[in-house]
Design a protein around this ligand. Structure first.
Ligand code: KG4
Ligand code: ZN
Length: 360
């Protein structure tokens, strides 16, 4: 039977099944990951091979190196994920894969592998938007969570406030106008001489610092919109260090890290709480690598409790890039009949979630 006829049959069968198992693949940046996810929320395996050590020498991700390492890691990581899940390929109902946004060469490795598997196994291919994946990580850590809710997505490439109206139905209500929050962490860590990735380094050093030591700017904090800007803050940290160095004055890295982190957290928390009130949402979620930040989690918890919102955040392993979150998003796409054909291409800089922002 030709592939597309087989898929039509499979999609019809899926509607009747009460157990749907997806093999998911994520290769958008510097993590090669494969996961097996049952019914969108039960993670049977989630294997991650990180290249962070390799890119550390260069202070950031080198795209060509990332692609080459994905090629080496992808088949073994899929085998590991299938072995840990303890199932054969014949038990799968679909292949989920990140098709964008991300690094073009890195995405191509995952998508080509997913297409080959989908074709060889006659399984539906489900392309997943990376940002939708990050949001969906919350469904894994909180089986009771259902839309609608407000989600703050904070990663290395994105800072968005997303109103999750339903599965697959999103409205962006605010986003960064320049640097992403994670990007600011990475850049400030670099000028402080801390290792890549900068977020976890600053998080840990800041624990020994005074967050009130330096008053860095909090862009747009009192403005009546939900956009962010972190590039001025980054420049303020660089200027602060530069001035002290010129005057030969000492500074405590711990205090600079803690004060910078507090400035980022204050803006993220304040805008999120205000947006939840503006759009009448009672549930708030956070997602993406920066959602692993301890100060953000603490501060958001305090403010959510104070203002009467329910707060959700994924376990740290599901905050940073992983394939389980892609498997979760793929499940909701698949049960709503959204599968892709084998002409699906990577979308390095396009996200279906953010495409219509700003809305009228
Ligand atoms: O979601 P992610 O793994 O990849 C992207 O989609 O970008 O996010 C990576 C980003 C990096 O900028 C990293 O520094 C940041 O998340 N990050 C953190 C923490 N852990 C990772 N930032 C602040 N605190 C952390 N604990
Ligand atoms: Zn990510």
């Amino acid at each position: 039977m030709p592939y597309f006829c087989e898929i039509k049959k499979r999609l019809n069968e899926i509607k009747e099944k009460d157990e749907i198992i997806i093999l998911a693949i994520e290769t958008s940046c510097d993590e090669t990951s494969a996961a097996v996810v049952k019914n969108g929320r039960i993670v049977l395996s989630n294997k991650i091979s990180s290249q962070a050590e390799l890119h550390r020498h260069y202070g950031g991700v080198v795209p060509e190196i990332a692609s080459r390492k994905h090629v080496e890691a992808i088949n073994p990581i899929i085998d590991e994920a299938m072995n840990e899940a303890g199932i054969g390929f014949d038990r799968l109902d679909g292949i989920g894969v990140t098709y964008g946004p991300g690094l073009v060469g890195a995405l191509l490795v995952g998508l080509s592998t997913a297409k080959a598997l989908a074709y060889a196994l006659s399984l539906p291919l489900v392309g997943v938007d990376h940002i939708e994946g990050h949001i969906s990580a919350n469904y894994i850590s909180h089986p009771e969570l259902e839309p609608p809710f407000l989600c703050l997505v904070v990663s290395g490439g994105h800072t968005h406030l997303v109103w999750v109206k339903n599965y697959g139905d999103y409205k962006v209500v605010g986003m960064t106008r320049d640097d992403a929050a994670g990007e600011a962490f990475d850049k400030v860590a670099r000028v402080l001489g801390l290792p890549y990735p900068g977020g976890p380094s600053i998080d840990s050093v800041a624990k020994k610092g005074n967050a009130q030591a330096i008053q860095f700017p909090r862009a747009y904090i009192d403005e009546d919109h939900f956009d962010f800007s972190f590039s001025g803050l980054k420049t303020a940290v660089i200027n602060y260090l530069h001035n002290l160095k010129q005057r030969n004055e000492a500074y405590r890295i711990e205090d600079v890290a803690a004060s910078f982190q507090q400035a980022v957290v204050d803006v993220l928390v304040s805008k999120t709480i205000k947006a939840a009130a503006r759009f009448g949402l009672s549930k708030i979620a956070i997602a993406g690598g920066v959602a692993a930040n301890s100060a953000l989690r603490n501060c958001m918890s305090l403010q959510a409790q104070k203002h009467g919102y329910e707060l959700f955040y994924p376990q740290p392993v599901f905050c940073t890039d992983n394939a389980a979150m892609i498997g979760c998003a793929a499940y909701y796409n698949l049960i709503h009949g959204k599968a892709d054909d084998l002409y699906l291409n990577v979308e390095p800089s396009f996200s279906k979630i953010t495409a219509r922002y700003p809305q009228k």
